[in-house]
Ligand binder design. Sequence first.
Ligand code: NAD
Length: 280
Amino acid sequence: MKLLVTGGCGFIGSAFVRLALSRGAEVVNLDKLTYAGNPANVADVADDEGYRFVHADIADAEAVAAAVPGVDAIVNFAAESHVDRSILDPTEFINTDVVGTAVLLEAARTAGVGRFVQVSTDEVYGSIPHGAFRETDPISPSSPYSASKAGGDLQVLAWHRTFGLDAVITRGSNTFGPRQYPEKLIPLFVTNALDGIQLPVYGDGMQIRDWIYVDDHCEGIWTALTEGAAGEVYNVGGGNEEPNLAITRRILDLTGRDGSLVRHVADRLGHDRRYALDTT
Ligand code: NAD
């Protein structure tokens, strides 16, 4: 199986590249190398026979069309992925998460690619005070980031319904593990705590997230790729709900620091209170 993996130099994409190669797939990794993309994340597999890197933007139709021939499936990880950045400037989020996804879909349709996997997020459902979102629930995103991801999801479903493209969507929960850019909660707080720098906790810190380990998330994406039914959405959750403050305390314990490093800062605009996925 030959895969076009986009965003394979990022956090989850690089773990997926490693998983796919270990399962015998050939991988073409197409990545724009934004601030979040780091070739070092795939340095250990860069010389593998089955691996090739293409430095390109998923919104560049010509570059994408050139990378697609001969590919059995596209797995789209490429995204602007940080909520805080989307609040400061949503433009790149629309270009990559919405326009870029449409460019990939069109290239897949034109070239007759057999399967398209859209890697999405639990954030598209919005906040839920009790219970958990099912794949059939309507999406109700809150931030420019989750709205741009939702825009991508809707296009994937449209390309399936209108053109019969074989496409599936995965919606994963907050992911942790090695190689995550240190702007996200866990790597930021771990590195700050190690350096003795304050940990900026949004509001009361009681926002609840479900956490999944990066390789488990990739396993879910692999299962959707190889066993998913066309047109379906699959939630990929870890069943580990924690308030941000509990994660913060655990990081302080593990790094041998005390609560004096915690600094409560003004809450993020539009901050969702709780995400939860039904993974049955
Ligand atoms: P990341 O920010 O670590 O990596 C994104 C990668 O995409 C980088 O390598 C970057 O260079 C590349 N990229 C960005 N714009 C591009 C473009 N226009 N063309 C080509 N490449 C481009 O992201 P991540 O945390 O690994 O997330 C990967 C995917 O998983 C995203 O689609 C995200 O929405 C989704 N997701 C992430 C999480 C999480 O907790 N990190 C949870 C659920 C879903």
